[in-house]
Design a protein around this ligand. Structure first.
Ligand code: NI
Length: 239
């Protein structure tokens, strides 16, 4: 009610699915309603950007009508605000991944708060909207981090190790072999080999009937609780 931007309409459509899908008019990128309780869904998540190459990834996703979630690093948002704005306008979800990818468990509560609020502000400036979920860098969290977060922590159910192997063919095979309905796949758009793998990943999973959704869509109509960590796929989630 307090957010009236077009991108908010897209986000609301993603969240509320069937209720609002028909309301999207000019936002041609708004996703069709997908009910992940009924169809096979997977949430691709891209961490640590945006960098220049993120634009190439956005084109790959757009060409295939794939929605994803970006866990962005605040200082990279500050450098590439228009990329984050383009992503949000395309219907992708933007999540908070800290200001400079520091291990939050090594920081005071005040510094954790600063990591998150600076990133929130950069995303808000770029997109008009605050990120509603956090992915802690390295997946590292403790009671302070969870409390300061004040929002759900969304981690992953498939760790592709793309950052380690930097091997496009291997990454396609890994994701295709491991993905089950409801999975959250950890990927990094800062690696060219990962962006190169996305067409192959999408082709493989689409041929098996998967729908590509944002994290919010994956759990809709449920809402993840603040301060709790979601490692598991949708099937394991108990609201
Ligand atoms: Ni990261």
């Amino acid at each position: 009610m307090h957010r009236r931007l077009v991108i908010s309409t897209i986000a609301a459509t993603a969240l509320c699915g069937t209720a609002l899908a028909g309301a999207a008019t000019s936002a041609s990128a708004a996703p069709l309603a997908v009910d992940c309780r009924k169809v096979k869904c997977v949430a691709l998540t891209f961490d640590d950007g945006p960098i220049a190459d993120t634009r190439r990834l956005l084109r790959v996703l757009k060409d295939r009508n794939v929605k994803a979630t970006f866990y962005v690093v605040g200082k990279n948002v500050q450098k590439n605000p228009s990329t984050v704005r383009t992503a949000a306008l395309a219907g992708h979800q933007i999540g908070n991944h800290g200001w400079d990818h520091a291990d939050l468990t090594k920081l005071s509560a005040a510094k954790v708060r600063s990591q998150l609020s600076r990133t929130d502000a950069a995303v808000k400036q770029a997109t008009g909207k605050n990120p509603t979920t956090l992915r802690a860098p390295y997946g590292a969290h403790n009671a302070t981090v969870r409390s300061v977060a004040g929002r759900p922590l969304v981690h992953w159910s498939i760790d592709t190790l793309d950052w380690k192997h930097r091997d496009t063919a291997r990454l396609i095979r890994t994701v295709n072999a491991q993905t089950k309905p409801g999975d959250i796949v950890l990927l990094h758009d800062i690696h060219r080999t990962t962006v190169d793998a996305v067409p192959g990943i999408v082709n493989a999973l689409k041929s098996r009937g998967y729908h590509f959704v944002t994290v919010d869509q994956l759990f809709a109509p449920g809402k993840l609780p603040a301060g709790k960590v979601t490692y598991h796929n949708r099937a394991a989630y108990r609201p």
